[in-house]
Design a protein around this ligand. Structure first.
Ligand code: MD3
Ligand code: FE
Length: 200
């Protein structure tokens, strides 16, 4: 439960106990049962290595039409509700009355990564984004607000929560790689990341 500050990103190390991680994971499993993971395709036609799904009023995806929030899973069904366990983390760390309308759920197998990008499909960048890591460690890379500047990296571990707000909200970030086998939380391995976002 140490708090680190890396370029305005508040990193709450080990915020979730093993018990809380297990409860959140079970809630994620219930979401994935009704809204299965899919592999989004970038507008340029590349399949992402990360598997995704969402909960909440909106989910995020990319396909040939571009990056955006949508109110339906690609299979046509509405997204399930954001788990209370995830909303409780948002409430505890942001203290905001406003609640997120999207919980994007990313799954990284041993080979998955996410290139440096900004999150800017949301309407109002004054709201923070909260990220929760479960399972195998991921090497998180953080840059500045412009592409090509200096970057710094930190390993995110299961139970770590990151709050991206203020100046850091539009910073470039990505996941370089996963350390397969570094956690026993997921029986088949891999890393799950939840990001809570205010969309509208
Ligand atoms: C900084 N996910 O889903 S979480 C993403 O671990 C994403 O799966 C990574 O980047 C992951 O968009 C990193 C940390 C994160 C999430 C959202 C941010 C950092 C952010 C939004 C603004 C700034
Ligand atoms: Fe992102």
């Amino acid at each position: 439960m140490t708090i680190l500050d890396l370029r305005g990103f508040e990193i709450h190390k080990n915020h979730l106990s093993t018990t809380s991680q297990g409860k959140l994971l079970n809630a994620v499993r219930a979401v994935v049962k009704v809204a299965p993971f899919f592999r989004p395709v970038t507008p340029r036609g590349q399949k992402m290595s990360v598997r995704m799904t969402s909960a909440g009023k909106y989910g995020w995806l990319t396909d040939e039409k571009g990056y955006r929030y949508v109110d339906r899973h690609p299979d046509g069904s509405a997204w399930p509700a954001i788990p209370d366990e995830a909303l409780a983390i948002w409430d505890a760390l942001t203290g905001l009355e406003k609640r997120p309308e999207c919980c994007l759920i990313n799954y990284y197998g041993p080979e998955a990564k996410m290139g440096l990008h900004q999150d800017k499909d949301e309407a109002d960048f004054r709201w923070p984004v909260v990220s929760v890591s479960l399972g195998d460690e991921g090497l998180f890379r953080i840059g500045g607000q412009k592409r090509g500047g200096k970057t710094e990296s930190i390993w995110l571990q299961s139970g770590d929560v990151v709050v991206m707000g203020g100046e850091a909200r539009l910073n470039y970030h990505g996941i370089d790689r996963i350390r397969a086998g570094s956690s026993t939380l997921l029986p088949k391995g891999g890393r799950i990341n939840l990001t809570l976002r205010v969309v509208e």
